[in-house]
Design a protein. Structure first.
Length: 506
């Protein structure tokens, strides 16, 4: 991230924020300066301005500092003292003095530290002297936040660790079969398809024989992707995955998938498979026929999967609160514990991929998901623009009220009314309005509604309309057709009843 720019001409316009901090420094360097140095280095970087105070309205004024050279000397002596601060990140050009009327101020540019340099701490105590910065200012990092920075230091990510107390037989066989089925469908006649599970899992990074006993054992990546939840929590006590659908504002959620349920494995791969299918149903699907078959996939569908993979591979599974995916009528919110290793600015630019769990990333890459070249997030933005939705946003949250987390927000509202025109410009031809096409569209709609009923016989017409992104009137028309065909009937009310698919289908 580039250093923040201090422009003397804007001095009277500046206010304190999470990138700027002022210190009176009339009696020398204050202790709080080093708190700010640590917090800025561990977050986004910033500038510390000595010789300035803040008024009640937030504006600044100088404190009458004159002997700035003495202050500079004191600063350089302390920043190079390892008992004061763990590392000096600054060059001579990062510390500059400026004349403001009859006074002098000292401006210190603090760059963001690289992952290998964090945590930057003070007073020789890593766990008591590490700070980060949020909108309220500097705050002490918790022990878990410090340990998260230590984990992120190494290029050998934590999911590469080999679990020598576990056996390959501890992995969930159904999850492995499903993964291999996805792999085989993408890689026709691949030599790995002929390997037994142990050999295959070694190739994809889920297992390793780099052990003291020379035998093959699961890696942490294999544990997270292919093991039952109760065993995952032995290595990752805070592990938790949660998907919540908020389609109806009157209830807490209308659908939920969470890793502590007893009716499924609770691992990362099965969560991805289940939740990605639910998320893509929220998207607008333009009507297209190829060889008389409807084509439902669009760049936005791929973008949703990329965003989910990005969330799962960058999660710090040691931190509490876990991965949480919330879907609303107007947006999808993906939250993972841990901040962005390469920084938000670099993530948005692309070109530099440093996943927190590189073996898990590899396993998703082999299925065609995730992007090792670092262009995944820019591609998601481009696909969202193609679809005509409002621009996504990424937020990092630091604070004492909970662990650090990253939020990826995908709006489901259109940015303008030219969505169909945009798609047409991108090469999707507008279909002619003919009776023949109308009949095909109705037939496809009826089949889609029936499929939703097969998936959930308690589903309401309103929920079918939301999942298929069509009007309730069209759903009711399709239901009427199915009833006239003798294919389905309703037992009970629309809200509390169930659909019954009859033994014969015309």
């Amino acid at each position: 991230m580039s250093k923040p720019v201090f422009n003397l001409e804007d001095f009277n316009k500046y206010r304190e924020d999470n990138r700027r901090e002022v210190k009176a420094a009339k009696g020398g360097l204050p202790q709080s300066l080093w708190d700010s140095y640590s917090s800025m280095a561990n977050t986004y970087g910033g500038i510390i301005i000595c010789g300035v105070r803040e008024r009640g309205d937030g504006s600044w004024y100088t404190t009458g500092m004159k002997d700035v050279e003495k202050l500079k000397k004191e600063f350089w002596n302390q920043i190079n003292n390892r008992n004061r601060v763990s590392i000096n990140l600054l060059h001579d050009s990062d510390v500059q003095s400026y004349q403001v009327d009859d006074d002098v101020i000292l401006v210190i540019n603090v760059p963001a530290a690289d992952r290998e340099e964090k945590p930057v701490y003070i007073n020789g105590d890593m766990f008591k002297g590490t700070f980060k910065r949020n909108n309220e200012g500097d705050y002490h990092c918790t022990e878990s936040e410090v340990r998260a920075m230590l984990r992120d230091q190494t290029r050998r990510t934590m999911d590469m660790k080999v679990l020598e107390k576990m056996k390959i037989s501890d992995l969930d066989q159904e999850s492995i079969r499903n993964y291999r089925s996805w792999f085989d469908s993408r890689h026709e006649d691949h030599p790995w398809s002929e390997y037994d599970d142990e050999q295959f899992l070694e190739r994809v990074g889920a297992a390793s024989d780099n052990t003291e006993d020379g035998k093959v054992h699961p890696t942490c990546a294999g544990l997270l992707m292919f093991v039952q939840e109760f065993m995952i929590t032995r290595e990752y006590p805070a592990y938790f995955l949660d998907y919540r659908d908020h389609a109806d504002a009157s209830v807490r959620w209308t659908d939920r998938v969470q890793s502590q349920s007893a009716d499924w494995s609770g691992n990362v791969f099965d969560f991805f498979v289940t939740v990605s299918r639910k998320l893509v149903r929220l998207l607008n699907v333009p009507f297209r026929l190829v060889d008389m078959e409807r084509v439902d996939e669009t760049p936005a569908h791929n973008a949703v999967r990329e965003a989910l993979v990005n969330c799962l591979v960058n999660a710090d599974y040691f931190l509490p609160r876990g991965v949480v995916i919330d879907s609303y009528p107007d947006r999808i919110v993906l939250k993972n514990p841990g901040t962005i290793i390469v920084g938000k600015s670099q993530m948005l630019k692309g070109g530099d991929s440093e996943p927190r769990n590189s073996n898990i990333m590899k396993m998703f890459n082999l299925l065609g998901f995730g992007e090792h070249a670092g262009s995944g997030v820019p591609d998601i933005y481009a696909a969202w623009d193609w679809a005509g939705y409002k621009e996504p946003s990424i937020e990092e949250h630091f604070g004492e009220d909970g662990p650090s987390k990253t939020m990826f927000i995908l709006p489901l509202t259109e940015k303008d009314h030219a969505l169909s025109e945009k798609r047409q410009e991108k090469g999707q031809e507008k279909r002619p309005e003919t009776d023949h096409n109308k009949a095909e569209e109705i037939e496809i709609r009826v089949a889609s509604v029936l499929e939703k009923i097969r998936e959930n016989n308690a589903v309401s017409m309103a929920e079918i309309a939301r999942q298929l992104d069509i009007s309730p009137k069209k759903v009711r028309h399709a239901i009427d057709i199915l009833k006239e065909q003798g294919t389905i009937e309703r037992e009970g009310s629309d809200r509390k009843g169930r659909w019954k698919i009859l033994t014969y289908e015309k």
